[in-house]
Write a protein that binds this ligand. Structure first.
Ligand SMILES: Nc1ncnc2c1ncn2[C@@H]1O[C@H](COP(=O)(O)OP(=O)(O)OP(=O)(O)O)[C@@H](O)[C@H]1O
Ligand SMILES: [Mg+2]
Length: 419
């Protein structure tokens, strides 16, 4: 694009500062014209105005990283997390980590490494339960429901107990569903295939069904392995049943594939996760399909201390009182705790850049940033509460109901509704 046209675009953006589409065109033209710094400035504004399309997060992140724009990169990551943009969050995290360690010369790793899906397809998953903080009860349940039947099939045969069927994990965002699924594969010593909604959905007639079938084919080819369907509600949306036949067919394909498990899907363990179990088609939850449904609640206080210790394991630190910190972070999800530690580490890095040396992470760094990180589980819990109250489906969600009735949670939610 010629300089005149870019000038004209600049003027247009100046007069219509809230027109994000126009600004997006300007930013893209600037990139093409290799005026990258200015382009990145425009992306900062776009992000601020919530005008950056989600599929642009990673490309803009790469550009920001290549040009040393850490602040932009961090806001991209944070926004992606808040919006729940799963695709690319891992990549953005990687970019931030690399940039930080390059800058400070200090190698800092927070928590277990994120892995990109598909890459590690046929490799055995290396995440284990050790890397999942807290959740002792859930780990036990998974051990009994999933790991034991796989490792001791003869025991189950003897008692005539079928070990087939999938497990559906549900709960508020960021509380470790995906991590837990991965670790389950790791505990079984199996490869982990992570299927996300973007890998399947396609606007063209019939393509989504074919994609979904291909996913199961690939899993079968790699079996024994764990196939993980993230965002099951989107794949198997209940209202599809009454909606268009196109969407209905996708649910049918999924049902067929699940029903084949146990007959010819041997060695294929299917796990799924959702934030919205009430949106999952009922047919999905029948025996032999996702008949084991596990609530993954926000971590309680000891679990938070445990998660924090996992998160700071490789961070140079001194005098951290993780118990105290766990007490100060009620209703924080694992992801919120991770954000807290990352912000603390950012403080340390700022300090290292300003004064040199390699200062360790201390309580004062974390105290400084504690006010800036808010628990992200409350919205979900409010929604779950009204669902359970009004939809009269409490039986299936007994675990959630019990959790919501516990004193601390009730108080916290009531306080939250009033404010
Ligand atoms: N129990 C935990 N132990 C250690 N880290 C945790 C734990 N729970 C969450 N985290 C951290 O939070 C991040 C987000 O967790 P994860 O992606 O598993 O959540 P999720 O429940 O799948 O969320 P979503 O519903 O948004 O998909 C993890 O990558 C990990 O860093
Ligand atoms: Mg997840």
């Amino acid at each position: 694009m010629s300089n005149e046209r870019i000038d004209a675009l600049r003027k247009a953006v100046d007069t219509n500062p809230d027109d994000v589409l126009l600004r997006l065109v300007l930013a893209e033209s600037l990139v093409t014209a290799e005026q990258v710094e200015e382009a990145l400035d425009q992306y900062v504004v776009l992000l601020d105005k919530d005008g950056l399309p989600e599929d642009q997060f990673v490309p803009v992140g790469e550009l920001a990283a290549a040009n040393g724009r850490l602040a932009l990169l961090r806001s991209l990551l944070e926004t992606a997390r808040q919006k729940g943009v799963v695709e690319g969050t891992g990549r953005l995290q990687q970019l931030v980590d690399t940039m930080i360690s390059e800058r400070s010369g200090v190698k800092i790793k927070v928590g277990p490494e994120e892995q990109t899906p598909f890459e590690a397809d046929t490799l055995k998953e290396t995440t284990t339960f050790d890397q999942v903080g807290g959740m002792e009860e859930i780990k036990r349940v998974i051990h009994r429901m999933v790991i034991l039947p796989l490792s001791r099939p003869e025991l189950y045969e003897k008692y005539g107990r079928k070990s087939g069927g999938g497990v559906l994990l549900y709960g508020p965002p960021g509380c470790g569903k995906t991590l837990l699924a991965r670790a389950t594969a790791g505990e079984c010593g199996l490869p982990f295939i992570n299927v996300r909604i973007e890998d399947v959905m396609d606007p063209y007639m019939g393509v989504s069904e074919r994609n979904l079938h291909a996913v199961f084919e690939r899993a079968r080819a790699n079996s024994p392995c764990v196939l993980f369907l993230d965002e099951l509600d989107a794949l198997a949306f209940a209202r599809h049943k009454h909606g268009g036949s196109e969407a209905r067919r996708l649910v049918d394909v999924l049902l067929q594939e699940l029903d084949a498990i146990g007959s010819d899907n041997d060695g294929l363990l299917v796990l799924a996760a959702t934030n919205a179990p009430w949106d999952v088609d009922e047919a999905m939850l029948r025996p032999g399909r996702f008949d084991r449904v596990i609530f993954v609640p926000p971590p309680d206080e000891p679990a938070r201390a445990d998660i924090l210790s996992v998160l700071v394991k490789d961070v140079p630190a001194t005098g951290l009182d993780l118990k105290a910190l766990a007490g100060q972070t009620p209703m924080f999800s694992g992801a919120d705790l991770r954000a807290l530690i990352e912000r603390g580490v950012d403080r340390v890095i700022d300090e290292a850049l300003a004064n040199g040396g390699e200062p360790p992470l201390g309580m004062h760094h974390l105290a400084d940033v504690l006010g800036a990180v808010k628990p992200s589980t409350l919205d979900w819990l409010h929604r779950a509460r009204s669902y359970i109250e009004f939809a009269n489906q409490s039986e299936r969600y007994d675990d959630v109901a019990a959790y919501l009735k516990s004193r601390d949670v009730r108080r916290r939610l009531n306080r939250d509704s009033k404010s």
